[in-house]
Design a protein around this ligand. Structure first.
Ligand code: K7E
Ligand code: CUA
Length: 643
């Protein structure tokens, strides 16, 4: 049994290895959440190229919700309704898709507080804030001067800032120039977005304009290193072509250590340069149930050379990917993708070297510290292709290895390897709930795998992605469960359910609905014409629409159905769909108002219906709209329950 475990690495899994999923007989009990029981943790798993955020329960691995963020979601009309379309607005226009990688939960004093989750959109650089009362994306801010928003979205330990760093350096401002002139001319923007303590509203405080490297991942300092932020870089060669060769030349790249408190002070005293920059700032209002998109026109940039003591480079082998800080804030782990060893820097030694000005040259004027001066230790020959590191609450670290397809547990401080377990297959990030805070909840480790192969029944060439759950309470990690994920899971963030579930919203209060087209009183139900636009002020309750018969609509009209759900019970949404609508359905929560646009193409009498099985008379929840020729003079009329 042990021999087969060690040898069944990437590609080596055969169905004959069934035993590896159930080593101990009590494994099933550890993940079994009996009918009617609830999971112990929420896991927010990035949707990768789905652009969404999936919510799972742990330890069961049950999918609880696909929470739409950057991509349209026909299941609930996200990005299709008139109310939510502005959320996907950008300086490039309406962008209904993105590539989301790194969720991070808000913190107070370095501990998860369960208020918000932030996540990045890579492709058209954006940061989203999701409220954990309603499990809804409440705000999206675009990041200008950025491209491939990857070292994002990580938050400081009092949620002062959510930080977004560019993966690709680009000309700033963008301009027409030769790609060959990259070196020395492109810039990498590291963006610090302030978060308002009460509302969570985001605003770009400043952008630090760094040399033209690639900024891959980042994490905040915490505890003693609070006030600093660390970013891994690669391509310090500043190559612009065939990076797999040309960006792997340098023996060491850097971790950039940024003292954001010093820059904050500089900016608060009037430092920095305002430059023109177009970016969208989108907010969904819970009272009006409606989003607005505001186009911003300038941003404050900071040149690191103007702020002494703001930035230092920590040499780190070799094209490092993950950049992780342990719960004490003392150790900064840089995982060199092409290095056999893991490099751990010491924050105390870094500060000492800075204070004594022990520099080893500079890059674009930014001091480089000496590798040996700041090194805390090396985890030797831990595995191949290290990517990311998480921490438990007992002083252990867990590093994922893509190439050797394993998770390796090691001791922080002694750097000795304590355990290694194979994963199926080729793990990217790992996640321990709270694993990037002062207070991890070290019960489970989730491996977020890149390659699925034979782990599930085949579904043609395209397979679901795959996660694996480990029990990490013992000396050895124990594999408990495989579960499929939505899109490609990059990072995830986990939190004890008790910190979120009690605050979960059940309904929207109808009396507090401030939507411009809400219909609170039945007497306000009406249909109005404004030229070729027809506005239907409608409401719904089990099991009818009011009105359910409408006449006087004409071919060429644009019909807006503004529908208010009058239910005030938990879990009684109604849906709305009408034949031929070039959009998704509406799924309207109790007390909320949503709008669907319909442009009837042909004369006739066309049905509409509720899409969510809401009562025994759900199938009766239907109606008709009569559509007449464009030149007809039939007046608008509407009714419910009339003969
Ligand atoms: Cu390693 Cu985008 Cu965090 Cu994926 S990234 S694994
Ligand atoms: Cu309302 Cu079905």
């Amino acid at each position: 049994m042990v021999a087969s475990l060690v040898s069944c690495n990437n590609g080596g899994n055969k169905r004959g290895n069934k035993g590896q999923g159930g080593l101990a007989t009590n494994v099933a009990e550890k993940v079994y959440v009996a009918p009617g029981e609830l999971d112990e943790f929420y896991a927010f798993v990035s949707g990768g190229f789905s652009g969404q955020l999936a919510v799972y329960g742990l330890p069961s691995g049950r999918l609880l919700k696909v929470l739409p963020v950057f991509s349209q979601n026909p299941e609930n009309g996200w990005g299709y309704t008139e109310e939510t379309k502005p959320m996907l607005n950008t300086s490039y226009g309406f962008v209904p898709w993105d590539d989301s990688h790194h969720p991070d939960i808000s913190q107070t004093n370095g501990v998860l507080d369960g208020r918000w989750v932030f996540i990045n959109g890579n492709n058209t650089p954006r940061i989203a804030r999701i409220g954990l009362e309603s499990f809804k994306t409440e705000e999206i801010i675009e990041i200008p001067n950025s491209a491939g928003n990857h070292s994002s979205s990580f938050i400081t330990e009092n949620t002062e800032y959510v930080v977004a760093g560019t993966r690709f350096s680009v000309p700033v401002p963008q301009k027409d120039m030769s790609i060959k002139d990259y070196k020395g001319n492109f810039k990498g923007a590291l963006t610090f977005i302030s978060v308002a303590p009460e509302t969570g509203h985001m605003a770009i405080k400043f952008q630090l304009m760094m040399p033209g490297f690639n900024y891959d991942l980042s994490h905040p300092g915490r505890n003693k290193s609070h006030g600093w932020f660390f970013f891994t870089t690669y391509n310090t060669e500043e190559a612009h072509s065939l990076l797999e060769v040309n960006a792997s030349q340098n023996d060491k790249d850097f971790i950039a250590a940024v003292n954001w408190k010093v820059i904050e002070e500089y900016v608060n005293n009037g430092g920095g340069t305002k430059v023109p920059a177009k970016y969208a700032h989108n907010i969904l209002d819970e009272d009006t149930h409606t989003a607005t998109s505001t186009m911003m026109d300038e941003v404050l940039t900071v040149n690191p050379m103007d702020v002494p003591g703001a930035v230092y480079f920590l040499p780190t082998p070799k094209s490092p990917h993950g950049c992780d800080v342990d719960p004490t804030g003392e150790y900064i782990v840089g995982n060199g993708k092409l290095s056999a060893d893991l490099t751990v820097h010491s924050f105390t030694k870094m500060i000492d070297a800075v204070e004594n000005k022990k520099f080893d040259g500079e890059a674009y004027g930014i001091p480089i510290l000496k590798f040996d001066d700041i090194l805390a230790g090396v985890v030797k020959q831990a595995g191949l292709g290290p990517l990311h590191t998480e921490f438990d609450d007992k002083g252990n670290a867990y590093t994922t290895f893509f190439i050797s397809s394993e998770v390796v547990k090691w001791k922080v401080g002694t750097w000795e390897v304590l355990d290694r377990q194979p994963v199926f297959y080729s793990v990217g990030h790992g996640m321990i709930p709270g694993g990037n805070s002062r207070k991890p909840f070290g019960k489970y480790f989730v491996a977020l795998n890149k390659i699925t192969k034979d782990r599930y029944l085949p579904t043609g060439p395209e397979l679901t992605q795959s996660a694996q759950l480990f029990d990490i309470t013992g000396d050895k990690m124990e594999l408990l469960l495989d579960f499929p994920t939505i899109g490609e899971p990059h990072y995830a963030a986990g939190i004890p359910a008790e910190l979120v579930a009690p605050n979960s919203r059940k309904i929207y209060k109808l009396a507090e609905n401030k939507h411009k087209y809400a219909v609170i009183q039945d007497s306000d139900v009406r249909v109005e014409r404004e030229g070729k636009e027809v506005h239907v002020y409608m409401n719904m309750i089990r099991s009818h629409f009011n009105p359910d018969n409408i006449e006087g609509v004409k071919v060429g009209d644009k019909v807006y159905f503004h529908i208010t759900n009058h239910e005030q019970d938990f879990d009684v949404p109604h849906g709305f769909a009408v034949i031929g609508a070039n959009t998704a359905e509406l799924l309207i929560m109790p007390g909320a108002t949503e709008t669907l646009v319909w442009e009837p193409k042909q004369v006739g009498v066309w049905p509409m219906y509720c899409t969510d099985f809401c009562s025994a008379l759900h199938q009766e929840m239907q109606g008709y709209i009569r559509v007449s020729p464009a030149d007809s003079n039939i007046e608008l009329s509407w009714s419910l329950g009339e003969d």
